[in-house]
Design a protein around this ligand. Structure first.
Ligand code: ZN
Length: 382
């Protein structure tokens, strides 16, 4: 029995875009070390979107055995990529369509929920991954490169990762040479109209991952990003890696306004997709630089609302929509009798102000009750 009079109860949040192996490697961290950060932020389940399978499986097993300190972990294939995978640590070269069935069968046996097509994959392999994935009842998502969005949608893709997978497709070829073209792109152009219409009709989900794009575009300039108080919850090893990344990239101050404009376009496109009836997911790409596990989902919700989604729609993205992306909507994502007890108790109403989602009193994962401060003590300082 939990006393929650005068409190607000929401379904446990789900982060639809996480890597529990990638990036942590560089920081000499293993995924389970950061899992309590998710619970501390009210995130009771995470959807991996591309990692090597063996360490992922071990982390998922650890999470299952430690429900009191870890979210549910749903696994993904490595990044299905071209001849030379873009990410050598978590990429998987798959260039022969005939090799796809055995690969997908193998992934199904490992228990993945999601297959992820990556930026080096073309249409011949991509289409086959979708076909084979669906035979095994797996969700197929993509960070698109040469495989065009309209083709992937026609081929039956379930989901697109990153707003870029949509945005890059709708840039007309003759516009690409104009400096700053992203910041001034006409989002109502014919390419956009026909793609958005098809995506809405086919209910193709989009996981915009605004937090990581804000960071890539604006990181060096904005203290509000690299000095965000949420970052302090991450182990020092991880924060040091983020700082190294920030020192390597060089964003010129005189392009700041254009870059801000570009980010606004990503938010504007997200809102257009939402209004057109495209199911929006909430994912972060944690633990990419300055995308702190768990807490970045709270930032993502703020950015979705800033983009124009009502707070309740942002919450639905992070709960029932994300549950659907995992084929878990009969178990997770809403508060109903018969579903698993993944809940967050808040002291203020998040539907009137999305920032109230930070006012977490208790997090319940599979009936296990925890408090944020308790969870953060489990995260290594170093
Ligand atoms: Zn990612």
């Amino acid at each position: 029995m939990i006393e929650a009079e005068g409190k607000f109860v929401i379904p446990g949040l789900i982060d639809a875009h996480v890597h529990i192996v990638h990036r942590l490697n560089d920081a000499h961290l293993t995924g389970e070390e950061v899992l309590p950060m998710f619970l501390a932020a009210g995130v009771t389940a995470i959807r991996d979107t591309g990692d090597t399978v063996v360490p992922q499986k071990m982390i998922a097993r650890f999470a299952e055995a430690h429900a009191v300190s870890c979210p549910r972990v749903f696994m993904c294939s490595p990044l299905i990529d071209g001849v030379t995978p873009i990410h050598r640590d978590i990429g998987w070269s798959l260039t022969d369509p005939q090799a796809v069935p055995a690969f997908v069968e193998d992934m199904a046996k490992w228990g993945v929920t999601t297959l992820k097509i990556y930026a080096g994959t073309g249409r011949d392999v991509g289409r086959r991954v979708i076909e084979e994935g669906h035979k095994h009842d797996l969700m197929v998502t993509a960070h698109l490169g040469p495989y065009r969005a309209q083709d992937a949608v026609a081929d039956g893709i379930d989901c697109l990762e990153h707003i870029w997978s949509v945005f890059n497709y709708i840039i007309p070829a003759d516009t690409k040479r104009i400096p700053g073209h992203r910041a001034s792109l006409d989002l109502t152009n014919p390419l956009a109209q026909s793609l958005i219409k098809d995506m809405a009709e086919r209910r193709v989900m989009v996981d915009p991952t605004l937090a990581v794009f804000r960071n890539m575009i604006l990181l060096n300039d904005l203290e509000s990003v690299h000095q965000h108080p949420d970052n302090a919850h991450a182990p020092a090893r991880l924060r040091q890696q983020w700082d190294i990344y920030r020192q390597r990239i060089s964003l010129k101050p005189d392009t700041l306004e254009l870059r801000r404009g570009e980010f606004l376009k990503y938010q504007e496109l997200t809102a257009m997709l939402y209004r057109a009836g495209v199911p929006i997911l909430a994912g972060t790409d944690a633990p990419e630089p300055y995308v702190p596990p768990g807490f970045s989902l709270l930032q993502e919700l703020e950015m979705l609302v800033e983009a124009g989604l009502p707070p309740s729609a942002a919450l639905q993205a992070a709960t029932i929509n994300n549950a659907a992306a995992l084929k878990q909507e009969s178990q997770l994502g809403s508060i109903e009798p018969g579903k698993l007890a993944d809940l967050v108790i808040l002291s203020a109403d998040p539907t009137t102000d999305i920032r109230n989602v930070r006012r977490i009193e208790k997090v319940i994962r599979g009936g296990c009750i925890s408090e944020p401060a308790q969870m953060l003590k489990l995260v290594p300082l170093e």
